[in-house]
Design a protein around this ligand. Structure first.
Ligand SMILES: [Fe+2]
Ligand SMILES: [Fe+2]
Length: 144
């Protein structure tokens, strides 16, 4: 089966969670993907630039997930467990990626997979789960 490739994903209001810090962290992930794609375009699969990106994402997954989970818990967000479960799956994917990347002598496909995984995460996770925080902050808007 051929999976459709996701190209660039651009931040818009539909990604807004109503929490400025979380939105900023999400925008950092959009920027991260742009940088990763730039490395792929330049055929940079190893080296300091890629190492810096991997270092960033390792720290990001820890700090962003912890912060967001704390916000959802304090707001009694109904999707908080669903969010934490999805974060767990992300961390698992990323740990597997790190292991494979570390020992791979052909990491092009791995980095391409990571880019695709993250783009789908923006659309499937931020846009469908994280944004529920908006209703917990502002209350559900009755659109009649
Ligand atoms: Fe998030
Ligand atoms: Fe999340």
């Amino acid at each position: 089966m051929i999976m459709e490739k996701v190209t660039k994903v651009v931040w818009s209001d539909e990604y807004s969670t109503g929490n400025k810090e979380i939105d900023k962290q999400h925008k950092d992930l959009f920027d991260f993907i742009d940088k990763l794609d730039l490395c792929l375009e330049q055929e940079l699969y190893f080296g300091p630039q890629v190492d810096a990106l991997i270092g960033f994402l390792t720290a990001y997954t820890k700090s962003h997930f912890i912060y967001e989970e704390m916000c959802m818990r304090s707001r009694l967000c109904p999707v908080k467990e669903k969010n934490e479960k999805a974060h767990g799956a992300f961390i698992q994917y990323y740990q597997d990626f790190i292991q494979e990347y570390r020992y791979s002598d052909a990491p092009k496909e791995l980095l391409e997979d990571l880019s695709q995984f993250l783009k789908k995460w923006l659309v499937d996770h931020i846009c469908k789960i994280d944004v529920h925080l908006r209703d917990c902050i502002y209350g559900k808007v009755n659109r009649g």
